[in-house]
Design a protein around this ligand. Structure first.
Ligand SMILES: C[S@@+](CC[C@H](N)C(=O)[O-])C[C@H]1O[C@@H](n2cnc3c(N)ncnc32)[C@H](O)[C@@H]1O
Length: 203
């Protein structure tokens, strides 16, 4: 979806459901994987209103949070400020389009990219995100699959391009990455599966 569509969606969601947005917990796959990591520098690409960014910053991570929706970023910034000056100081909120945004090469100990769909090839998107990971660091990407494998029905992600297990396997060199890429049933019954890609850079 285009920037204007996301911006409109975020502005409406924040207007109509501010409490729901504020209460949304961080992604469970991130919580599971990042709990084992020592805080360092993280990139949250397509951060939305920043539930994951705020969680990482609370653990001591220095987070660069990128999104092209100004409304989502403003919400994230105000939640960070409400959580305290120390936490807020650990986050850089950056307005940018991931299709053209330059990822600082090998700079981050953790790159997170959750439910983001951009124009172009998903393989290129995985490689772009991976290029930001420092040696010893980790990449977490999650994509909602368009078809529920149990029922064959379309999910809320139908028609969107999000990361799939096979994209990650094709994009990442197994000599440089320890890759765990698998589909997980979503918490809400009937809403399909997420492709969860967790890769540690080993060379
Ligand atoms: C489904 S939301 C996911 C937000 C957050 N990662 C999460 O898991 O809740 C997708 C987010 O990606 C952002 N986004 C989509 N395409 C983008 C692009 N090309 N550049 C920057 N942000 C983008 C949208 O504005 C939106 O905030």
């Amino acid at each position: 979806m285009k920037r204007e569509v996301w911006e409109e969606l975020w502005a409406r969601t924040l207007r109509e459901h501010p409490d729901k947005v504020a209460r949304r917990p961080p992604n469970a796959h991130l919580v599971r994987e990042a709990a084992q990591l020592r805080p360092g520098r993280a990139l949250d690409a397509g951060c939305g209103h920043g539930a994951e960014t705020l969680w990482l910053a609370a653990l001591g991570w220095q987070v660069t949070a990128v999104d092209f929706s100004a409304s989502a970023l403003a919400q994230g910034r105000s939640m960070a400020e409400a959580a305290g000056a120390d936490l807020a100081a650990r986050i850089v909120w950056a307005e940018g389009d991931l299709a053209t945004w330059q990822v600082e090469p090998e700079h981050f100990d953790l790159v997170v990219c959750l439910f983001v769909h951009v124009a172009g090839s998903v393989e290129e998107m995985v490689q772009k995100m991976a290029s930001g990971v420092a040696l010893g660091g980790a990449l977490l990407m999650v994509g909602h699959r368009p078809i529920d494998p149990v029922t064959g029905a379309k999910t809320a992600a139908a028609g969107q391009v999000q990361v799939a297990v096979e994209d990650a396997i094709a994009a990442l060199d197994p000599r440089r990455w320890n890759i765990v890429a698998e589909e997980h049933l979503r918490a809400v019954a009937g809403s399909g599966v997420d492709a969860v890609i967790y890769a540690r850079r080993v060379a």
